[in-house]
Write a new protein. Structure first.
Length: 162
């Protein structure tokens, strides 16, 4: 028989500690690593941390000497602890950009619009529309909302499809 782990174990942090070089973390799937202090805003080093807490498997909370709190979500931590996570995340993001770009292109063509006409109606640049359709640009929610409105479709349909 093969080993079975908890579903989404790659998201669950099970231990953490303040180290000299950064915050060390272990995940339920056995992955571990260190988040360097340089990656954490407002944390210069271990001396600026008064306490660390793992209130749930999905976030680390640092209490700093100035009384402020810094929350580190599981994906931010995993990004720094696992080189393959970044590659997987980038691939997922690229797939999402492609799907949204294809939906915009399909709706634009169905409406009989050129990229320029859609851009004018949405008050964005034509190059922006082209880059979104080609999945080479990450649009803001505001831009996506303007495009959906110009295409006369719900934003949800643009984001999730039919």
């Amino acid at each position: 028989m093969s080993t079975v782990t908890v579903r989404h174990a790659d998201r669950m942090m099970i231990s953490t500690d303040v180290g000299v070089d950064g915050i060390s973390v272990t995940y339920a799937d056995g992955a571990s690593g260190v988040v360097p202090y340089s990656a954490i805003e407002g944390v210069g080093g271990h001396e600026s941390i008064t306490s660390i807490d793992l209130p749930n498997p999905y976030e680390i909370v640092l209490v700093l000497t100035d009384g402020s709190r810094e929350e580190l979500p599981w994906d931010f931590v995993r990004w720094h602890c696992d080189e393959s996570f970044g590659a997987r995340t980038q691939a997922t993001m690229q797939n999402a950009r492609q799907a949204i770009g294809e939906r915009i292109r399909r709706h634009r063509k169905a409406a009989g619009l050129t990229q320029g006409a859609l851009a004018n109606q949405a008050s964005v640049g034509r190059v922006t529309v082209a880059r979104i359709e080609n999945a080479s640009h990450v649009p803001t929610l505001e831009t996506l909302s303007a495009l959906a409105s110009a295409l006369r479709i719900d934003l949800a349909e643009l984001l999730a499809g039919e």
